[in-house]
Design a protein around this ligand. Structure first.
Ligand code: SAM
Length: 237
């Protein structure tokens, strides 16, 4: 289904390697995504070229800017049908990946599909703000990612509690919004994070993409994350 040569060339252009096994796995995952989507509503993106650019290449851009060590513990928050988390795992099967979402049907799809392509990840059916209070997940991860989950200010409260000191939270956004970044500064500071860099690139079909890299500099105070209603109603400003 996927144009493997195109994917390999485009990924290589931003210094991400995809070997034959990875390409085979991406192809199989894409076919499953489109097949299961007919009855499960996993994604609005199903046209092959769009799947290639908007799901796979967009997800893989994270590896252009962040180079996790072999065996690094990674978590994708609000992973949906597995983006960017499953894509990162396919490109870097040496990572220890946790895929978190509050919607069980999407996680079932991911678990079955990863099994089919011979990969495994921890599948976590939880709300981020609940898992972030659990000792097994709090400040345990070298890299936490999230794409299309919430505004940056809320996203920081969902994601920064998972990141260990010295680790990175990579927030994937579309068009760069300096206003959104400014609005999230206070939350970042309160939660122990600090902007490391803001990277932008343009992808065919996907347009401008922004990656906000936030370094975890100090421990997240125990009162965060707050319950979801509070996060929504009383943003950290
Ligand atoms: N990251 C995927 C992508 O970019 O294709 C999915 C994006 S989808 C728009 C947002 C996902 O975040 C949904 O699957 C939803 O269930 C999940 N989500 C939203 N809020 C969440 C929370 N507080 N805890 C866990 N999952 C959440």
């Amino acid at each position: 289904m996927i144009d493997r040569n195109l994917l390999q060339t485009e990924a290589a252009a931003f210094d991400v390697k995809t070997d034959e096994t990875a390409l085979e796995r991406i192809d199989c995952y894409s076919e499953e995504l489109v097949r299961v989507n007919k009855y499960l509503n996993l994604t609005a993106i199903t046209e092959p070229t769009e799947v290639l650019y908007k799901h796979w290449l967009d997800s893989l851009t994270v590896l252009r800017y962040v180079k996790p060590k072999s065996g690094a513990k990674c978590m994708d928050v609000g992973t949906g049908a597995g983006f960017p988390g499953a894509a990162l795992l396919i490109a870097r099967p040496d990572l220890q990946m946790t895929l978190l979402d509050s919607t069980r049907k999407k996680l079932t799809f991911i678990a079955e599909t990863l099994d089919k392509i011979g990969l495994s990840a921890e599948i976590l059916h939880q709300r981020a703000e609940e898992a972030g209070r659990m000792p097994a997940y709090r400040e345990q991860f070298d890299l936490v990612t999230a794409r299309a989950v919430a505004a940056l200010r809320e996203l920081c409260e969902y994601c920064l509690p998972f990141v260990k000191i010295g680790g990175t939270f990579a927030a994937m956004k579309s068009v760069r919004s300096d206003e959104e970044i400014v609005q999230a500064q206070k939350a970042m500071h309160l939660l122990g994070g600090q902007i490391e860099s803001v990277e932008t690139c343009t992808l065919p079909y996907a347009g401008e993409r922004t990656l906000i890299l936030i370094k975890k500099c100090s421990q997240t105070p125990s009162k965060y994350p707050r319950p979801s209603a509070k996060i929504a109603k009383q943003p950290l400003i």
